[in-house]
Design a protein around this ligand. Structure first.
Ligand code: HEM
Length: 407
């Protein structure tokens, strides 16, 4: 196709931080070109809604990275199978995935989450209490990050006072989800730092599990320990891996939802004013943000058997990149996809995934974002952007490091 970049160049551009503020033109190129298949590296990249939807629904789509032919080859060459230890259940397939998800699920059921509402409202009030109109405010440091972090720490039973210690580790580990090795065949510069952070965080959580064994509380760590002691349904490694997954998910996702919604509204200030005047609009804002600028931009699957996606044969063991952020700007699926339009009506999107791995935290993320956005707009109906946002380098869990406002 004339005018389109070479496939590999396109993928390298996707990793380039220069495109982080606006990767959407690259996604559009990926959709136009059709799936990018790199057989010699055993992977393919898919960017339309129909393709991503099909991969998520396909019974042969696996999540255990160890089943990929690239991982199998590395293990055969003597490399450790799982350098970061037991994976969280996001990266497991049934039956282990089903068993572990079921144990964590209770804590995130919509009814249980709804009961957290007064506490989340109080946390938001506390974060906004001392702010004055017309003052400068960094949305990330002041609201979008501390809110979900406080909530997940409270749910898990991780002392918030230890937060400075593990927020750096969580940030580094989030970068591990970037498709760096897949696209380049090499580990990134931060690999050894991530390995160290991973071991440190698991050690921290293992110590906490040890403490809770002797002194159970009303928290998820204690519930998981009780399940282990009751029926031997999970091992200590699995408890630690589950807590690790939830802690990182709680740190690195909802922050982006809140901040991306604020940025989108303030770029079209009538949306800000409309929400300030009518808190009921918050849910439509949240859903359109999840479509327009999703906190998790992509995911991947391993073909556990030969698959055919949109006419392309994927051999067993190959990996498939599922570009949700691209799928959600697919003009075949949405009218005027590059416009932020909370009034576009019922929005089907893939921002929380689909199928057996559908995001466990979705009700919690939606509740936190709804409360935070309606409270901030109501208190500061005339807020405006005070400069350009600065993005973190992350490709997958893409989000801002700072977002300055004048309130
Ligand atoms: C706006 C915020 C969030 C977004 C956009 C998001 C997105 C996603 C996505 C796309 C997946 C599926 C990944 C895949 O299938 O490959 C997922 C899974 C998951 N999410 Fe979230 N997430 C968010 C918040 C949270 C929160 C707050 C938690 C909990 C603290 C959480 C916990 C999980 C877990 C445990 C899974 C794995 C589910 C499974 O494998 O069965 N997420 N999330």
């Amino acid at each position: 196709m004339p005018g389109l970049a070479e496939p590999k160049e396109l993928l390298l551009r996707l990793l380039d931080p220069a495109h982080r503020a606006d990767p959407y033109p690259l996604y559009s190129e990926i959709r136009e070109r059709g799936p990018i298949v790199i057989p010699e590296a055993n992977f393919a990249v898919f960017g339309t809604y129909a393709q991503c939807d099909e991969i998520f629904r396909h019974p042969a789509s696996g999540n255990d990275r160890l089943k990929s032919s690239v991982a199998q080859k590395a293990v055969a060459e003597g490399q450790p199978a799982r350098p970061f230890g037991q994976p969280g259940f996001l990266f497991l397939d049934p039956p282990d995935h089903t068993r572990l998800r079921k144990l964590a699920q209770k804590a995130f059921a919509p009814r249980v989450v709804k009961a957290l509402e007064p506490e989340i409202v109080a946390l938001v009030d506390q974060l906004l209490a001392n702010l004055k109109p017309d003052s400068e405010f960094d949305v990330i440091a002041g609201l979008a990050y501390p809110l979900p972090v406080a909530v997940i720490c409270r749910l898990l039973g991780v002392p918030l006072s230890d937060e400075p210690k593990f927020s750096a580790a969580s940030g580094l580990l989030a970068q591990g989800l970037d498709p760096f090795i897949t696209f380049t065949g090499e580990v990134s510069d931060t690999f050894s730092d991530r390995l160290e952070a991973g071991h440190w965080l698991r050690g921290y959580l293992r110590d906490l599990v040890g403490q809770r064994r002797g002194d159970p509380r009303e928290d998820l760590i204690s519930e998981l320990i009780a399940a282990e002691e009751d029926g031997d349904q999970l091992t200590e490694d699995e408890i630690v891996a589950t807590c690790n997954l939830l802690l990182i998910a709680g740190h690195e996702t909802t922050v982006n939802l809140i901040a991306n919604a604020i940025l989108a509204m303030l770029r079209e200030p009538r949306h800000w004013a409309a929400l300030a005047a009518d808190a009921d609009r918050a849910s439509a804002i949240v859903e359109e943000t999840l479509r327009f600028d999703p906190p998790v931009q992509l995911s991947s699957r391993v073909a556990t058997a030969e698959m055919t996606i949109d006419g392309i044969t994927i051999p067993a063991g190959d990996s498939m990149m599922v570009m949700m952020a691209s799928a959600q700007r697919d003009p075949q699926m949405y009218d005027d996809p590059d416009t932020f339009d909370p009034d576009r009506g019922a929005i089907r999107h893939l921002a929380f995934g689909l199928g057996p791995h559908f995001c466990l935290g979705a009700p919690l993320a939606r509740l936190e974002a709804t409360i935070a956005l309606s409270a901030l707009t109501a208190r500061f109906p005339n807020a405006r952007l005070a400069g350009d946002p600065v993005y973190k380098p992350n490709v997958t869990l893409r989000g801002m490091a700072t977002l300055p406002l004048t309130l």
